[in-house]
Design a protein around this ligand. Structure first.
Ligand code: KIV
Ligand code: ZN
Length: 510
């Protein structure tokens, strides 16, 4: 049977210490409920003595959740512990997390104390917390840089005083994975009474090794990991929940299981990112936008043949709908066909070459091709067989002028030139077209977007037309000139209305 690894989430305490990430109590409740649904075992809800807001959040989170243990942080100070116990009053399951620095630096240059006095304060804090709650977790701050022999003495003493969980923080993210693993091993082998407590990892990411260190801690005997969603936290952050959980899920031989409902990972990650205003880096493991995106042609082809060729995790397992095939100039026909089929375009073998040619031209001018680009592209390919084509467009407009459009159309091979006015350039051009080809449709919606901060922006237009029977036709186009894009999108939709309707219009109108 696999060993249970407890997930202690500190998104709302250590994660929330990041400037700009502060949440109000209502937002913290939303996150706490999401963490509960995710299946975390412990939620560190705050540091109650630090502010009335933190106190209130711990209190409200205690009321709002039922399954996870709610934990409150304190220093090894009696007043802190009293306030934490009060804040935890309504928690169904509660824990006080108290501690003190144990490295030479912290003892002599922060606490201005001695090894013996720190040991005494540690023991007294645990005994005091024990008066209020059954579960007391002790943290040896800066354990990563603490002398192992002294650390073992402190750990042994606080277990004897009643601590049930011992947190070994690599507060400054200094350790190498082997060092951190060896530290946990040392404690497992040298602390009398270690079987009465659980060792916990708490690794910061200053050297990018938080996850590796936590994993090594678990391999060497720790059975709780302290983590945050998306790895947020002080400086370079904490160990990320999703990385640790998916590492153990992917490496069954390590024989470790968690209570995490992994299908909730992605949505919880998004929630935390949005509420905390902390964008997730695109290449972030598990939850980044590109974590399951394949852009090289060889990889795309491989994934389409068998997902496991280039993916070690099924994206569905973490709540991502499916791996996204990112289309770029490096993509091949297989990827293009696949993406088009998702969008509802099933192309015959000979058609794909023609579409691919257009696709490559577009991909040369843009880094990435989105679904919307493909819709535009399909509109363009369609237009090559279209009934109505725009040959020429000239719009005159400006302050004090009545907007006027001159439009040259090719309607089923027949060349038509027409000119009209309107309230604006687009209106004038549409009036011109409508004066010759169509009176049976109306524009239900027209969406014009410009993508870029510069005047070179590519304008994308989506036109929704309705015919007399109420049937909807969608037209798409993109152009650096917004009026041209609008008219092409409109004609794209008109062409999609089908030849019969156009013939009728032609017979009637031309
Ligand atoms: O990093 C750290 O040492 C901490 C402790 C307060 C647990 O966050
Ligand atoms: Zn920390």
């Amino acid at each position: 049977m696999a060993d249970q690894l407890y997930i202690f989430d500190t998104t709302l305490r250590d994660g929330e210490q990041v400037p700009g990430c502060k949440l109000n109590t209502e937002e913290k409740i939303v996150v706490a409920k999401a963490l509960e649904a995710l299946g975390v075992d412990v939620i560190e809800a705050g540091f109650p003595i630090s502010s009335p807001g933190d106190f209130n959040s711990v209190r409200e989170l205690s009321k709002a959740t039922s399954r996870p243990i709610i934990c409150a942080l304190t220093r090894a100070v009696e007043k802190d512990i009293e306030v934490a116990a009060d804040a935890l009053k309504y928690a169904k399951r509660k824990r006080i997390h108290t501690g003190i620095g144990t490295s030479f630096l912290h003892i002599h240059h922060k606490l201005m104390s001695t090894e013996e006095k720190v040991l005494e304060r540690a023991v007294n804090a645990v005994k005091y917390a024990k008066k209020y709650v059954e579960e007391v977790e002790f943290y040896a701050e800066d354990a990563g840089r603490s002398d192992n022999e002294y650390l073992a003495r402190v750990v042994e003493a606080v277990i004897a005083a009643g601590a049930t969980v011992i947190n070994i923080p690599d507060t400054t993210g200094y350790c190498l994975p082997e060092m951190y693993g060896a530290k946990i091993k040392y404690l497992m082998e040298h602390v009398k009474g270690i079987e009465k407590a659980i060792l916990s990892t708490h690794c910061h990411n200053d050297l990018g090794m938080a996850t590796a260190n936590s994993i090594m801690g678990v391999i060497n005997g720790a059975r709780q990991v302290e983590v945050t969603m998306n790895g947020i936290g002080e400086r370079a952050g904490n160990t990320s929940l999703e990385e640790v959980v998916m590492t153990f899920k992917s490496h069954k031989a390590l024989n470790i299981e968690t209570n995490i409902n992994t299908k909730n990972i992605y949505q919880t990650s998004r929630l935390v990112s949005n509420l905390m205003n902390m964008p997730v880096q695109p290449n972030k493991a598990i939850v980044g936008r590109n974590a399951f995106a394949h852009s090289s042609g060889i990889h795309q082809d491989g994934v389409l043949k068998l997902r496991e060729n280039y993916e070690i995790i099924d994206p569905v397992e973490v709540g991502v709908e499916e791996s996204s095939i990112l289309l770029s100039a490096r993509s091949g026909r297989a990827a293009l066909r696949h993406r088009l089929s998702i969008l509802g375009y099933v192309l015959e073998e000979e058609k794909i070459d023609e579409v691919y040619e257009h696709f490559l031209k577009l991909a040369d001018s843009q880094k990435e091709i989105s679904d919307e680009d493909l819709e535009n592209l399909m509109g363009k390919v369609h237009r090559d067989k279209e009934h109505v084509k725009l040959d020429f467009l000239k719009v005159t407009s400006g302050k004090g002028l009545v907007p006027n459009a001159v439009v040259h159309l090719d309607v089923l091979g027949e060349k038509i030139e027409v000119s009209e006015t309107g309230v604006g350039g687009i209106d004038a051009a549409l009036n011109a077209i409508r004066s010759v080809i169509n009176k049976n449709e109306f524009i239900d919606e027209i969406l014009i977007q410009a993508f870029s901060r510069t005047t070179l922006a590519l304008g994308k237009v989506h036109v929704q037309l309705k015919n007399q029977a109420g049937k909807m036709f969608h037209g798409f186009a993109a152009h650096q000139d917004l009026i041209t894009a609008s008219i092409e999108a409109y004609l794209d939709a008109v062409n999609k209305m089908g030849s019969i309707e156009l013939k009728k219009i032609k017979e009637k109108e031309l």
